[in-house]
Design a protein around this ligand. Structure first.
Ligand code: DOR
Ligand code: ZN
Length: 347
């Protein structure tokens, strides 16, 4: 039995750090990651290269001195995004990707895209320059059942967009269905991130025995067969699948509410949970691919130069149930099982 494993330092290819007090409270919890793709859905959103550079500077100023996390910035795509600004920001090393939120799909997505023809010039410029498009893959049509929104998005939006824009490199973010796994697994110029929590919970965790707001996120967790498809994809070794935690902190008062918002805060315990999951599936030797190698390969970046060590001990690793930000608390994702894998950083 393997009780210890060293990994190239992992990266998080989808992370919400927020701003202000929340940023200060959460950013240190991603300390085991070398780099993170930072989501731009602030209020107001990060829509220009200058705003991305300013946000990057605020993140770097907020990071604790001993944390080496490097933020990789993204722009929030709107129907008025200027292709020249995207190209400039990418050329200057300010941004690593552009994020597409269908308007209304999730938290702070009101300025997202309604008419995909309006963003064709941006897609063309991105395809030419090889800039990845990170996609929140859910339709927003009120007639579509929330559990079907990812599958319908693939048929109605994602596949047509990819056909019309050959060469556009797409990351389908936080996939939650076997439909997403199958679509990505069959394609070129496409990859997918998978979150830690979607490898652990299905929709019963949210709804059985009382409603559990801290398991509610978007895309919402689906039925068990989909969770198992995600587990197979993550542990398969297929380089198209890699870690994007979508760690998305919200104050407890906003989650534990009659209209609770979406997001699971998994940054603190993600690596311990992933080690548990990959061991359970007999795939510990593939964790490095998923967490440390496949992401940089898709983003055309080198892997990180140092390592972390994961050690399985007799007593569980301890993580706080909540962290504090100003007068608020944020609940840390509870996987529902003890975490015997401890992170030793540096290795
Ligand atoms: O659960 C989610 N929370 N999904 C998203 O797409 C956005 C995120 C957030 O910003 O809170
Ligand atoms: Zn997200």
């Amino acid at each position: 039995m393997m009780n210890e494993i060293t990994l190239l330092r992992p990266d998080d290819w989808h992370l919400h750090l927020r701003d202000g007090e929340m940023l200060a409270a959460v950013c240190g919890h991603s300390s085991h990651f070398g780099r993170a793709i930072i989501m731009p859905n602030l209020v107001p959103p990060v829509v220009t290269g200058q705003q991305a550079a300013d946000y990057r500077d605020r993140i770097n100023a907020a990071l604790p001195k001993n944390v080496t996390l490097r933020p990789l910035m993204t722009l929030y795509l709107t129907e008025t995004t200027d292709p020249a600004d995207v190209l400039r920001a990418h050329r200057d090393g300010v941004i690593s990707a552009v994020k597409l939120y269908p308007a209304g799909a999730t938290t702070n997505s009101a300025s997202g895209v309604r008419d995909f023809d309006k963003v064709r010039p941006v897609f063309e410029a991105m395809a030419e320059a090889g800039i990845p498009l990170c996609v929140h893959g859910e339709v927003t049509d009120p007639e579509i059942d929330i559990f079907d929104r990812e599958a319908v998005f693939i048929d109605r939006v994602l596949d047509p967009v990819r056909r019309k824009n050959p060469g556009l490199r797409v990351v389908m973010e936080h996939i939650t269905t076997s439909d997403g796994v199958d679509y990505v697994g069959a394609g070129d110029d496409i990859a997918a991130t998978i979150t830690t929590h979607h490898l652990v919970i299905n929709r019963n965790h949210i709804l059985v025995g009382g409603i559990k707001p801290h398991y509610y996120c978007l895309p919402v967790a689906k039925r068990e067969s989909h969770r198992l498809a995600l587990r197979r994809a993550a542990t398969s070794g297929d380089p198209r699948f890699f870690l994007g935690t979508d760690s998305a902190p919200h104050p407890d008062t906003a989650k534990e509410s009659p209209c609770g918002c979406a997001g699971c805060f998994t940054a603190p315990n993600t690596m311990s949970i992933l080690a548990h999951v990959f061991e359970e599936d007999g795939a510990l030797d593939r964790l490095e691919g998923f967490a440390s190698r496949n992401g940089p390969a898709f983003y055309r970046l080198p892997v990180n130069g140092d390592r972390i060590r994961l050690v399985k001990r007799d007593t569980p690793a301890e993580y706080p149930a909540k962290i504090t930000t100003g007068a608020e608390t944020v609940t840390v994702f509870d996987p529902g099982f003890p975490l015997y894998w401890h992170v030793e950083d540096p290795a």
